[in-house]
Write a protein of this length. Structure first.
Length: 135
C-alpha cells in the first residue's frame, strides 16, 4: 500500500511540474513579438517619415496588450518552469527584435534625421517598446 501511495504522490508531483512548464508560452510570445516587429519595421521602411512611424506605432499599439499579457505570464518564470536554453532563446529573441527596430532607424537615418518630429516619434516608440519587455 505504501508503494502505491508513494507512486501516486510521485506521479501527481510530476504531472503538476509538467503542467507548470512555460516553454510553449515563451515560444508563443517570441512568435508574436517577431511578427509584430517585422510589421513595424516594414511600415517604417515603406515610409521613413513621421507618417510611417505613426503607422508603426499603430501596429505596436494594436499588439501591445496581448504582448504585455504574454510577457507578464513568462517574465517571472523560474527553475523548472522554463529551461535554461529557453531563457537564453528568449533573451536573444528580445535583443534581436530591439536591434531590428533600432537598425531601421539607422538604415533610414538620412530621411528620419532631417525630420525632428519623426525622430522624436521613433525614440518614443522605441522607448515604449523596450519598456514593455523589462524583467
Amino acid at each position: 500500500m505504501k508503494k502505491i501511495s508513494l507512486f501516486l504522490l510521485t506521479a501527481a508531483v510530476c504531472l503538476t511540474l509538467a503542467g507548470c512548464n512555460k516553454d510553449s508560452e515563451v515560444n508563443a510570445f517570441m512568435s508574436e513579438l517577431d511578427s509584430t516587429t517585422e510589421e513595424m519595421v516594414a511600415k517604417i521602411d515603406a515610409n521613413p517619415s513621421s507618417a510611417g512611424i505613426d503607422e508603426a506605432q499603430k501596429v505596436y499599439d494594436s499588439h501591445k496588450p496581448e504582448l504585455q499579457k504574454k510577457w507578464d505570464a513568462i517574465k517571472g518564470a523560474r527553475g523548472f518552469q522554463v529551461s535554461e536554453d529557453m531563457k537564453n532563446k528568449l533573451t536573444e529573441n528580445v535583443k534581436k527584435n530591439v536591434t531590428s527596430l533600432s537598425s531601421t532607424m539607422m538604415k533610414n537615418a538620412m530621411k528620419l534625421g532631417s525630420d525632428p518630429a519623426a525622430r522624436d516619434k521613433f525614440q518614443k516608440l522605441l522607448k515604449d517598446y523596450q519598456d514593455t519587455f523589462r524583467p
